[in-house]
Design a protein around this ligand. Sequence first.
Ligand SMILES: NC(=O)c1ccc[n+]([C@@H]2O[C@H](COP(=O)([O-])OP(=O)(O)OC[C@H]3O[C@@H](n4cnc5c(N)ncnc54)[C@H](OP(=O)(O)O)[C@@H]3O)[C@@H](O)[C@H]2O)c1
Length: 327
Amino acid sequence: MEQRILGRTGRPVSVVGLGTWQLGADWGEVEDKDAVAVLDAAVEAGVTFFDTADVYGDGRSEATIGGFLKDNPDLDVFVGTKMGRRVDQTPENYTLSNFRQWIDRSRTNLGVDSLDLVQLHCPPTAVYSSDEVYDALDTLVADGVIRNYGVSVERTDEALAAIARGTTASVQIILNAFRLKPLDEVLPAAKAAGVGIIARVPLASGLLSGKYTKDTAFAEDDHRNYNRNGAAFDVGETFSGVDYETGLQAAREFAELVPEGITTAQAALAWIIAQDGLSTVIPGARTPEQARSNAAAAGFVDQADDMSDAVAAIYDRHFRATVHPKW
Ligand SMILES: NC(=O)c1ccc[n+]([C@@H]2O[C@H](COP(=O)([O-])OP(=O)(O)OC[C@H]3O[C@@H](n4cnc5c(N)ncnc54)[C@H](OP(=O)(O)O)[C@@H]3O)[C@@H](O)[C@H]2O)c1
């Protein structure tokens, strides 16, 4: 699979990575052996980047990855984790001493002395312009407990603030056919500054696979049930913030654009990979088959390249008015 340098980390990572929120919680039950099978299928298919967070299953996702990498010591997988959501997201919680505690826990879970990449996990906007926060992160790099730091943002203005700092290695942001705003300024600014872009929620929580209908039922403990209106966290993280019925209609229109021989989900991922400035896209997978199919999307970028005008037309029709001003 094609590898791209992940911004200021200087490390090559596969253009299709693996999102591992699914291996923790919030997507219905996943058995341990199935979680390991997903990791296994992803690396077999050429994935060299895992995205996780200390809160996914309260550490279960990190620990599953740590166990998997311990059992497979020859693998060279780059792991990005996140911190900051085990307490209230208020600016005063983003201190060096809290960072140390959170990082120590992630190092234990992942079984490493030094974290490859730690991302601030959607902190309050003020944190992105706090000198103290960046000083603390620099201290942790100097101490050798993390190698790189980046941010995972909700909004494009937050991404631009983080990119403007000279030391941010990567920015994780929602980018998919239903969320086009990062293409306006964020990807060009990141490319110019040498900052990596990690595209999350690339399938709009599965909508862009084209497999759901108005009758699809999601489990009680699946955020696509309980956070559909943003009751638990930013609604942008569930179906990338679009109204479900509107998303279904737009997904049907997207499916009509899909070239012969590839799936709708693969077209959605390949179209993201084709965007200038993109480093890696991190679809979440609940089964080994999904992980394999998503990794294969890296081979279909040429086919998806000319979908952009039609994708923009779908966005303008259904989402621009509601999505563009919000994130
Ligand atoms: N704040 C943050 O920093 C943040 C927030 C959200 C996500 N993330 C990261 O980004 C990753 C990706 O985002 P996401 O998982 O929320 O959303 P996503 O990747 O857009 O959607 C994942 C869902 O799409 C479906 N899917 C995946 N591959 C498929 C395939 N090949 N064919 C058909 N359906 C497929 C599955 O749904 P079913 O379960 O219905 O099969 C899967 O659970 C996460 O795992 C996490 O690592 C970070």
